[in-house]
Design a protein around this ligand. Structure first.
Ligand code: FAD
Length: 495
């Protein structure tokens, strides 16, 4: 069993992954004497997308003692209550995936089951009426959640949309202030130790040689260290997630920012709309097997509200994951470790959990094979669970056209088959190890796509009692929503 002590760490790459890693390490390793440096190449640049997050981002910012207001100002961020899925369930339809559950459990039973048993008895109100988070989003409003025990209906979560380049700049300042040294330039060659196969040094184009004990590969899609140098394979999931390209463009903002991300189904994929304080991020994620790039670009340009402020940019990717995200003395974080399309904004959260695994399994600041194996096992499960959740969106789609037909008919992983079957028969959600998306997220998808349990969900309350409780919930949510400020107004109050 190899065990190697770490006294210097080199992060290669200065995109979101690189600077998140460097900032975290600077904070975590303060006063340990472990040196951290970061190499980035201005010539290569960063991928320049990746601006919508999930609520886990709070833990990252809190862990680094970063104040929310400071972060919002520095990155031109807006609040995000979830994602609106437009036309995914069919023409003219929209549903919302909130960072929240629905209603309050009644007699120990999840609320959606009460609602469903009423719906079977001609109750017409949709599930979304029982979610304050969704109602705020739909009204273009924002309020901070309440975690007061007596107001469970106001328990929801939120995330942010931010400018990726400003976020990297913000974290760079944070990391440099705490001792991270930044080296600008291109890594040309990676030297391995002949005995251990560990990375020993990096040779820069400038002639400089940088050595270290642990290397964090944040070089993005090229995966210079983990892939190209160490030869760790990449598991391709494009048979389940056939989108392999995106065209991205930034536009001016012509209306107040929505407090949510919008994902609209298009001919061979979907379009994102990410509102920031100063502009909007837009893009079309598509499968090149089903649409040509020029057509996709035209389709995107035909669906923009504001004026373009950048040229449309083509990005190619392969959906999948690195066989091992940690191999010998190299840990891959960010796009070098894998990619799942941004349908649920999960890449930045995977950066965060990747860094957390590094911190948890670098026990006593030593690389230990047993710990590395466990970190890799957990990372794989986490990726697979998110993969399944994303595939679900395609599998249940109600759209027309060859792309949508293909993804509706394609075989899916057995783990997902099972979840769909369990929901169909009982309305239950079976969560397994390392699940990022909890029950409420799956519920919002199933009902959003118009799936309903086939089996009977026995009503546990009589109709009058159930409906009277539901009416009270709805009215409390309505009031909560009425009292909230518009999202734009709320943003103006942030100091
Ligand atoms: P990059 O940004 O590509 O950075 C790589 C860094 O490595 C750069 O600094 C580069 O200069 C450096 N580098 C590379 N080679 C060398 C070398 N030889 N020498 C020196 N330096 C080198 N994620 C979300 O969470 N939410 C989203 O909404 C979202 N949307 C996305 C949309 C699209 C179309 C795509 C493709 C991705 C999206 N992502 C999203 C993912 C997100 O963009 C990435 O996870 C995030 O930006 C991290 O990228 P990175 O830092 O790994 O790579």
């Amino acid at each position: 069993m190899v065990s190697a002590p770490v006294s210097s760490i080199v992060v290669v790459g200065g995109g979101t992954a690189g600077w998140m890693s460097a900032a975290y390490l600077a904070h975590w390793l303060d006063k340990t004497g472990i040196r951290v440096s970061l190499i980035e190449s201005d010539q290569i640049g960063t991928i320049g997308v990746g601006e919508a997050t999930v609520p886990g981002i709070h833990q990252f910012l809190k862990g680094l003692n970063i104040r929310e207001s400071e972060f919002l100002r520095a990155t031109n961020a807006t609040f995000k209550l979830g994602i609106e899925f437009v036309e995914w369930a069919g023409a003219g339809k929209s549903f919302f995936h909130p960072f929240a559950g629905y209603g309050v459990p009644l007699e120990d039973r999840p609320f959606h089951k009460t609602w469903w048993s009423q719906k079977k008895q001609d109750y017409e109100e949709g599930l979304e009426a029982f979610c304050l988070c969704t109602q705020l989003a739909r009204a273009g409003k924002f309020a901070l959640p309440s975690f007061d025990q007596d107001s469970k209906l106001a328990w929801y979560n939120y995330a942010y949309h931010f400018d990726a380049s400003l976020f990297a700049k913000f974290l760079r300042e944070y990391a440099e202030k705490r001792g991270v040294s930044r080296i600008e330039g291109k890594v040309e060659r990676v030297q391995l130790d002949a005995t251990t196969g560990y990375i020993s040094s990096l040779h820069m184009e400038s002639g400089m040689v940088i050595s270290g004990d642990l290397f964090i590969d944040c070089t993005g899609i090229p995966a210079l260290l983990i892939g190209k140098t160490l030869g760790v394979g990449y598991e391709d999931w494009s048979h389940w997630l056939p989108c392999d390209s995106a065209v991205a463009i930034q536009t001016t903002r012509v209306v107040d920012p929505d407090p949510f991300t919008r994902s609209s189904a298009r001919t061979a994929g979907w379009q994102w709309h990410i509102p920031l304080q100063h502009r909007v991020g837009n893009g079309y994620v598509y499968s090149s097997q089903f649409i040509a790039h020029d057509q996709a670009r035209q389709e995107l340009l035909g669906h923009l509200a504001g004026e373009p402020v950048t040229d449309p940019r083509l990005i190619r990717f392969k959906t999948g994951m690195r066989d091992s995200f940690w191999y010998k003395n190299c840990v891959s974080i960010g796009l070098s470790s894998g990619f799942l399309e941004p349908l649920e904004s999960t890449s930045i959260s995977l950066i965060q959990t990747g860094i957390a695994k590094l911190a948890a399994f670098l026990v006593n600041f030593e690389i230990n094979e047993k710990h590395v194996a466990e970190a890799n096992r957990l990372n794989r499960l986490e990726y697979e669970r998110i993969r399944d959740f994303i595939i679900l969106h395609y599998k249940l789609n109600g759209c027309d056209g060859p792309f949508w037909q293909y993804v509706r008919d394609m075989p899916i992983p057995a783990t997902l088959e099972e979840k769909i079957a369990i929901f169909a028969s009982s309305g239950d959600i079976k969560l397994i190890e390392q699940e990022s998306f909890k029950e409420e997220s799956w519920i919002s998808m199933f009902y959003g796509f118009g799936r309903e349990p086939l089996g009977s969900v026995e009503p546990q309350l009589d109709v009058d009692k159930a409906r009277s409780i539901m009416a009270k919930m709805k009215s409390a949510i309505h009031k909560g929503c009425q009292h909230a400020m518009s999202h734009a107004e709320f943003l103006r109050t942030v100091e």
